[in-house]
Design a binder for this molecule. Sequence first.
Ligand code: FAD
Length: 467
Amino acid sequence: MFNTIVNNNNDLVNILEKICGKENVLSAYDEVYAYSTDSTNIVNPEEIAQAVVFVENKEQVIEIMKYAYKNAVPVVARAAGTNVCGACLPKKGGIIISFAKMNKIIEINKNNLICKVEPGVVVEDLQKEAEKYDLFYPPDPSNLKASMIGGSIGLSSGGPHTFKYGSVKDYVIDLEIVTSDGTIFHTGSSCSKDVTGYNLTQLFVGSEGTLGIVVQATIRLIPKPEAKRVMLAYFDTLEDTSKTVNEIISNLITPSVIDLMDKNTLKTIESFYPSGLLTDKTAALLIEIDGFKADINNQYNKIIEICKTNNSSYIQTAQTKEEEEKIWISRRSSFGATAKLAPNVVTEDVVVPRENIVPLVKGIWSICSKYDLKTCIMGHIGDGNIHPNIALDLRNPNEFNNFQQAKKELFDLALSLNGRLSGEHGIGCEKSFYINKALDQNSLEFMKKIKQLFDPKNILNPNKIFS
Ligand SMILES: Cc1cc2nc3c(=O)[nH]c(=O)nc-3n(C[C@H](O)[C@H](O)[C@H](O)COP(=O)(O)OP(=O)(O)OC[C@H]3O[C@@H](n4cnc5c(N)ncnc54)[C@H](O)[C@@H]3O)c2cc1C
């Protein structure tokens, strides 16, 4: 595998301007720098792109890839750039293709329960459009107001609704892909069932733009639930919190959301975005149930009873849409609130089988306290997926080194509990140093062969997933 950094910036910019128009190309250092970052806060000034190009159609993507392939220029696809694992950092320079202008919802087909979208559609915009047809697109990363479909496909994003409804991989049924040499093809079809050949769609979902570029996606939608209810149950021990989750499930209830916030998270949100959260409890569960109106009260009453039996010390239930929204806004503020504690915030995303959630969370508390890291833990407890949000100053060598050490111990801990490095945020370049330890060696070799097949010159988002 090889890469060449293009030295003659003018040639590259001229070509891009010819393909996409002058108004769609950025090449000034400060402009390109801004697009060479993501939500990891980590930018190496020597690893910025030569140009950013805003594409408006797939034909332009094909032309760019033909040029890039011929000249071995690295290409990074970029959606909103909100990933937290360094997934769209231009580690080898080259071209950043921004999909911000390819943001059309092409079709919503109620009869077939599908939609066709361009990759730059913002997730919340798709959700709102689907709702007009009484349909629902459940995979909503907490930053759904920014996150775009192309980026969430690149990482197979999840979010709060994954426990009941699954993540992006469960909804994408066809992708139109442009490969590294400019070939265009479909991975699947618009049929809700399809076993005609290999499942290439799933190969591309979560591949972080390293195998091909998505220029259109066909996505499954489901009927919108008729009603929902939201509540917060507080606990004094993690054991009671976890027991409550298990008992809700064993009572045949599948909440649409079952998220955990620890004491530090509750305190931090309340300090910066006061919304009446209790700050003296060890943990809170945000529980949302949905379904038919006639069934909601049954589920609700059962859950309240289970929470009480398991020593919930306080239960807040939203009585109005406004109160529901207030709980959601506070939950979605957890990352932003932690960001106010220090110049930077980094977040991890380990996942374990749900039965190991208590040792995982306790282990994270202990590792972060050992390395003196200010940590707010929240996560999708129903999925065994935990996000320690760590507030620190990445410019402080001591804090940076402590974080690096803590990260290794966190990954060791997750693996020792039969877990994985990432449940929904991806690997990018931030976790790639550990991938050899985390994967079966034969499966890793097959992954590298797949990369070689689709991207023989290693120009598509190089240095991601594998170090
Ligand atoms: C505050 C906050 C909350 C978050 N909450 C969640 C959450 O609840 N759940 C969750 O899963 N994640 C969450 N994330 C992580 C992240 O934002 C999401 O994964 C999000 O879906 C990424 O979308 P994006 O549009 O920003 O993608 P980007 O960061 O732009 O890109 C992500 C990856 O997709 C690739 N890509 C982009 N476009 C294309 C394309 N057209 N073709 C091929 N590859 C492409 C990129 O190269 C990159 O590898 C959160 C992040 C933040 C900052």
